[in-house]
Design a protein around this ligand. Structure first.
Ligand code: ADP
Ligand code: AMP
Length: 224
């Protein structure tokens, strides 16, 4: 079976993390979550964290040169030899170009870009109710996907908190960044025949079914 080299694309709150956790398990793919890597770096006070922190607080994208190196290291690692699932990268055209070049050097290519689409007002509703666990960033929603015990992660028992950048004013800024810099990646990948679109307003299990069906079809086509 050939490798699956996948990207999850979509605005903040589209459900990339919700789908990514499931897909990485379903397909046994190393799951590279840019936002989590950056948040860990900030928490640990590393050099990367110092460079990223002020942008993240403001809801702005961290500069390309800071992010690209960190993510490409993961893509080029042994762990990702048989495939990967990227969440939150690329978010700009230069990031997409850097990824394309790095894969070219490895004589590999992307399998598909999975674009999860939701309108802006739904993003605001979702992010204001999102809660994430302090240990591993597992994702919940107060209304749409509540944990079994209030304030506690079902998966690892750690505390659930609201991310600082999920406050409405910062969410609006993140959405502006998405429309200014990231949304154009849809046409970039569409031109390359890689884009697959999904209605992110469907319930999580349905979105997961749709994505899995699409990936199954891609694999069938490849065998023909
Ligand atoms: P992203 O990783 O794209 O920022 P998340 O996966 O963290 O998005 O989802 C944002 C919020 O919306 C979370 O609180 C999550 O529980 C909720 N959510 C995710 N997918 C759906 C869905 N299909 N329907 C309703 N709520 C969802
Ligand atoms: P996320 O958890 O994906 O919503 O990302 C949180 C924050 O991390 C963003 O608002 C950005 O500040 C930063 N970030 C995540 N991914 C990237 C990226 N590919 N390029 C630049 N900044 C990023």
């Amino acid at each position: 079976m050939s490798e699956l080299n996948l990207i999850l694309l979509g605005p903040p709150g589209a459900g990339k993390g919700t789908q990514g956790e499931r897909l990485s398990e379903d397909f046994g793919l190393p799951y590279v979550v840019t936002g989590n890597l950056l948040r860990e770096a900030v928490r640990d006070g590393t050099d990367l964290g110092h460079k990223a922190e002020k942008y993240m607080k403001e809801g702005e994208l961290v500069p390309d040169e800071v992010v690209v190196e960190v993510i490409l290291e993961r893509v080029q690692s042994d762990e990702a030899r048989d495939g990967f699932l990227l969440d939150g990268f690329p978010r700009t055209i230069p990031q997409a170009e850097a990824l394309g070049e790095a894969l070219g050097v490895l004589e590999r290519e992307l399998t598909a870009v999975l674009a999860i689409e939701v309108p802006d007002d739904e993003v605001v509703r979702r992010l204001s109710g999102r809660r994430t666990c302090v240990k591993a960033g597992h994702v919940y929603h107060l209304e749409f996907d509540p944990p079994k015990r209030e304030g506690i992660c079902d998966q690892d028992g750690s505390r659930l908190v609201q991310r600082e950048d999920d406050r409405e004013d910062v969410v609006r800024k993140r959405l502006r960044e998405y429309h200014d810099k990231t949304a154009r990646l849809a046409s970039y990948y569409e031109e390359r025949g890689l884009l697959r679109r999904f209605d992110g307003c469907r319930p999580p299990a349905e979105v997961n079914d749709h994505i899995r069906a699409t990936l199954a079809t891609l694999r069938l086509e490849e065998r023909l």
